[in-house]
Design a protein around this ligand. Sequence first.
Ligand code: HEM
Length: 154
Amino acid sequence: MKNYLVLLLFLGIAMASFSCSDDNEDMTPAPAPNLYERLGGINAITAVVDQFLANVVADDVINARFAPTVADPFRTQLLRNNLIDQICAGSGGPCQYKGKNMLEAHQGMQITEVEFNALVADLIAALDQFNVPEQEKNDLLAILGPMKTDIVGQ
Ligand code: HEM
């Protein structure tokens, strides 16, 4: 009877330690998801960019800037793809941005701070329309914000 109880106790301990182990055998913590993953990957980024472009086109402060782009479906598609790649790559995703750098892309446009802020507001509105949380919104804006010096007044 005593041996039986010892055996039961042993089995109990063995099973408890089994059920406590998980896939993470070496106990190293899983890497924190990067911004690309936290944003929801390529589909979520594509949806935000499409909404962002719709907001820009409806925004009287800046939409005249994009009139030649909107009039040309090929140019619209190119800008859309460049924006998706830029956000995907910038947030740590598996994309490659193949467009011009921000200085080249906006050179000669003499974009004002008011216009820059209007475009950022259109992006924030798009992020809000898809309920992107505050942390992810701020992390994305922190990536785009420093581009301002290459865009405004060039
Ligand atoms: C953080 C802010 C901004 C980002 C990330 C951004 C990003 C881009 C990108 C990726 C392109 C495409 C470059 C290429 O063709 O290779 C582009 C082009 C352009 N951007 Fe911006 N931009 C910003 C701000 C602005 C602002 C404030 C304006 C004007 C109000 C503006 C007007 C344009 C125009 C007119 C084009 C050319 C579109 C075309 O090729 O048809 N951008 N921008």
